[in-house]
Design a protein around this ligand. Structure first.
Ligand code: TRP
Length: 331
């Protein structure tokens, strides 16, 4: 069994694309591997979030992952700031992380450009904190997308550097891990690429969207004037609607609209109305679970405590061993 670690952005409210991507990945992995999933609240502090919002976001994201099927018995789900050992390892790793290499990180350069008035040390050392998150459990697998590959490479670099400096084989090399090829890519509603939070407003359907918001978004999805020749190829925006329909609707429903498209009688208004209904049917039970979980303060607290305790078992061992290796043990 391998040890898997993944960090969840605390502002990352789940949309359908996440649900059929990262979350499905997590659910599959928790059956097979020793998984640690945590909410990366420290990382979000680089942008100075409002304290009330921070609390709400962390609890919301936790509720969303639980509602989607992350099982706190099978995996360890915890809050990053609940593990002081991660912070300690971060400090120790910082001694061997160099200004030059941190400044060369693509994400740092992008963030520094985006927030030139707030290029703080936390931003610069973001990859060191991420390395600490991963190395604290001596993980070998990290389910992340392309945008995090460089951070993972830096994690390997920091781990290897530590091993070399102290002449040990302590930290294993973590590699990216996902079932990407086997998962459906969920397109957004704006007619272009995939569903994403940072895309245009209304492009993504969030699990927590209210029914009327959801419906409005689908009804506004980009379409075109409709096919003029039988059996013509579908343009991108239309293909996207069919992809979404394939995920949430009955086979006969998809077939019905596909036939209508092919003989040029399709009415996009009807199709979107049907799609909105089927998405609502799919999302409603999840939304209800999320709402029930966020309302149950005690239960969420209990889940956090449980995760903290489980994660601590592994993090305390690592920090103790790292201290010993570095000579930080004076009694
Ligand atoms: N940087 C990751 C992101 O933006 C979140 C993250 C923090 C993470 N620590 C991690 C991911 C450790 C994997 C492992 O999505």
């Amino acid at each position: 069994m391998e040890t898997v670690v993944s960090g969840i952005r605390s502002t990352g409210n789940l949309h359908l694309g996440n649900y059929f991507g990262a979350v499905k990945n997590f659910i599959r992995m928790q059956e097979e591997q020793n998984c640690y999933f945590f909410i990366a609240d420290y990382h979000s502090l680089t942008t100075h979030p409002d304290p009330v919002m921070l609390r709400r976001n962390v609890r919301q994201v936790l509720a969303e992952y639980l509602a989607c099927g992350i099982d706190p018995e099978k995996s360890t789900i915890y809050i990053q700031s609940d593990l002081p050992e991660t912070t300690e390892l971060y400090l120790l790793l910082n001694m061997h992380a160099y200004k030059g290499e941190l400044e060369r990180a693509t994400t740092f350069k992008e963030k520094a450009k985006k927030q030139p008035d707030n290029v703080n040390a936390g931003l610069l050392t973001y990859p060191v904190l991420m390395a600490a998150d991963i190395l604290i459990h001596r993980a070998t697998k990290v389910p992340v997308g392309k945008d995090q590959e460089q951070h993972l490479e830096m994690t390997r670099q920091f781990g290897n550097r530590f091993n070399r400096l102290y002449n040990v084989e302590y930290f294993p090399e973590p590699v990216a891990y996902n079932f990407g090829e086997q998962l459906v890519k969920i397109p957004g509603l704006d007619g272009s690429g995939k569903m994403g939070k940072s895309e245009a407003e209304g492009n993504a359907i969030f699990l927590a969207d209210a029914p009327d918001v959801l419906k409005k978004k689908v009804m506004r999805a980009v379409t075109d004037g409709g096919p003029t020749e039988p059996n013509s190829e579908k343009p991108e925006a239309i293909k996207n609607l069919f992809t979404l329909m394939n995920v949430v609707s009955a086979k006969e429903t998809v077939q019905f609209f596909d036939d209508a498209y092919n003989n040029c009688t399709v009415r996009y208004g009807d199709m979107k109305k049907q799609l909105a209904e089927d998405i609502e049917k799919f999302v409603a039970p999840l939304r209800e679970k999320i709402e029930a979980l966020t309302a149950d303060e005690k239960y969420l607290n209990k889940i956090m405590d449980m995760g903290k305790e489980k994660a601590h078992a592994s993090s305390s061992t690592t920090v103790k061993e790292v201290r010993d290796i570095m000579g930080i043990s004076y009694r």
